[in-house]
Design a protein around this ligand. Sequence first.
Ligand SMILES: Cc1cc2nc3c(=O)[nH]c(=O)nc-3n(C[C@H](O)[C@H](O)[C@H](O)COP(=O)(O)O)c2cc1C
Length: 277
Amino acid sequence: MPFIKLEKCTRCLKCVKDCPAQAITIETGEIADTCIHCGHCVAICPEMAVRPDFGDVFLLQPHTVTPKDFRNLTSEIRSCRSYLPKDVPDAVLLQLVDNMKHYPSANNARSLQISVVRSKEKVKLLNDLTEEALIKMFSFITSPWVSPFIRIFAPSINISKLKRYKASFIEKQKTNDSQICHHAPAVLLFHGEVSNSEMAEADANIWATYTSIYANTLGLNTCFNGFIVKAMGKKSKLNSHFKVPSNHKVYASLLVGYPKVKYRNEASRQSPIVVLL
Ligand SMILES: Cc1cc2nc3c(=O)[nH]c(=O)nc-3n(C[C@H](O)[C@H](O)[C@H](O)COP(=O)(O)O)c2cc1C
């Protein structure tokens, strides 16, 4: 629970008014257990009289990112599938993970864990086991016994595409090439407890997205990887190899490394359809 130091409090009521759970009784300094641990009371207090439930309070530094900077940065960020054979220092990988404390989490539980796969051997293992798992999965789905049912009951699954993926994974296996991890020096796995709510998945994708942007400011490039997420589902045999607990599922994964290629042009893409109401 956050804690109000009443002796520092000037009763400005900023925390009371901003609390989304109406959990603060300023007269007594009590915070009810309806508190959702968002930390707004800590963030808004001009006297730093509200202490967080974890760690300390620091004065925010004004950022210098202009809208133009942000637009330029995001238009420059592309999925990287070609990396320099250069390790990302552990300190930098840990910096990426440390900054995740600033990213939003659906119920403030912040229960995601991150496995950082960053040795050549482990990344290759992740690549190979993912390929193997997907070849098995796609062979089953595209088999003559199963595919007719898939066509009827799950028509959105593109059987021909899965067949193409399966063939190309088998081809890559023969040449010992890396179609999943693209020889990235590091892969981040965002995993959390399997639950019926989709919140862990939302958190994982948000954290991975912010991480991708932050990584790019550090000269790194990234690539989301849906194949790994598909292969490392609930009770996947791969999980134990990468310290993913048995009750966890990988909800997002991000390849990280120094890019071998540099894109110089902004390729126009369609903006989403917008409806102004
Ligand atoms: C959720 C998600 C999963 C993705 N999975 C993969 C993947 O498994 N392998 C891959 O090479 N690219 C993957 N991508 C990258 C997309 O293919 C890529 O975003 C798209 O081609 C557009 O290119 P850009 O990211 O350079 O703009 C994924 C992207 C997202 C957002």
